[in-house]
Design a protein around this ligand. Structure first.
Ligand code: PAF
Length: 297
């Protein structure tokens, strides 16, 4: 990629940037736009979503917006890491954004000009379990901003990381149920060499806590190793391997689309745990064998 992307902070700047780059068809194929939505504090996981977007479209829009609607009053909205200059530097790295691309960084007043929206999207049953049960209203806040950003950026394709598997499932469901004209693509979860899933919240961890946090990926590996033995064996093995964390939020085995309990066949193993004051999540896909045992914990 050559050149630097257009930086848009307001709706008018975004509309102008998208219109200016309403590119002519590329070698006879219609111009395609991809969006990658982020809350900033970018890391290699986000950059891999941008790389994936590059392969799917000739124009990429990255949005950077820390969405207050998806944080409960007790959560880390105020201390959520923000560093726009660094984010922009990372986004213009080799093979990432170029002159045809756009970075949209609205303020809260730009996204929610009349204050908090009265009408919101509800995630329904998917929003009531796991992340939704631990963070009531979180997925409604996510879907509301995602739908607004889809309207504002008008993409053909939107990429969401598989690390936030429940968010990805909820977005897919919203797009299907509300007839939103966009293709949703899952972006591969990226891990550090030691197995820790990349997350902007890893920045909160001390060296000691980071070592403790390795229990999350180790627990997923333990769960996968027990997958032939069925649901209860997986849940027991995963929970046991989570012993080093300060608190387990949940360990769950669900159907990847509906997030209802999975019994056999393709499933997602998901977990949430607290290390110090930091809440982390992780997940992996597996295939569950038949279960003839009982949960031991
Ligand atoms: O995954 C995130 O960073 C956020 O939930 C998203 C999709 C950008 C909405 O605020």
């Amino acid at each position: 990629m050559t050149g630097t992307p257009t930086l848009a902070r307001t709706r008018d700047e975004l509309a102008a940037a998208l219109a200016a780059q309403d590119l002519a068809p590329v070698r006879g194929n219609p111009h395609r736009r991809a969006v990658v939505m982020t809350m900033g504090a970018l890391h290699a996981g986000h950059l891999s979503l941008v790389e994936q977007a590059r392969t799917l479209a000739d124009q990429v829009v990255v949005t950077i917006f820390v969405n207050p609607l998806q944080f409960a009053p007790t959560e880390d909205l105020a201390r959520y890491p923000r560093d726009l200059d660094r984010d922009l530097e990372l986004l213009t790295g080799p093979g990432l954004l170029g002159a045809d691309d756009v970075v949209f960084t609205p303020d809260v007043d730009v996204m929610y000009p009349g204050g908090d929206p009265i009408v919101r999207v509800t995630a329904g049953a998917i929003g009531d379990v796991l992340e939704g049960a631990e963070r009531p209203g979180h997925l409604d806040g996510v879907l509301t901003v995602v739908l607004k950003l889809l309207h504002l950026t008008q993409p053909d394709v939107a990429i969401f990381g598989e690390k936030d598997a429940q968010q990805l499932a909820a977005v897919r469901r919203m797009v299907r149920d509300l007839e939103v004209g966009v293709q949703v693509v899952g972006g591969t979860l990226v891990r550090d060499d030691d197995g820790l899933a990349l997350s902007s919240r890893n920045a909160y961890l001390s060296a000691e806590q980071r070592a403790q946090a390795l229990a999350l990926s180790a627990a997923l590996r333990a769960g996968v190793a027990a997958s032939d033995e069925g649901r209860h064996a997986v849940l027991n093995a995963t929970r046991a391997a989570l012993a080093p964390v300060d608190e387990i939020g949940y360990v769950a085995l669900v159907d990847p689309d509906t997030f209802t309990d999975a019994t056999t066949g393709p499933a997602l193993l998901l977990l949430a745990a607290r290390v110090g004051a930091t809440r982390l999540i992780d997940n992996t896909a597996l295939v569950l064998g038949a279960d003839d045992g009982e949960a031991r914990s």
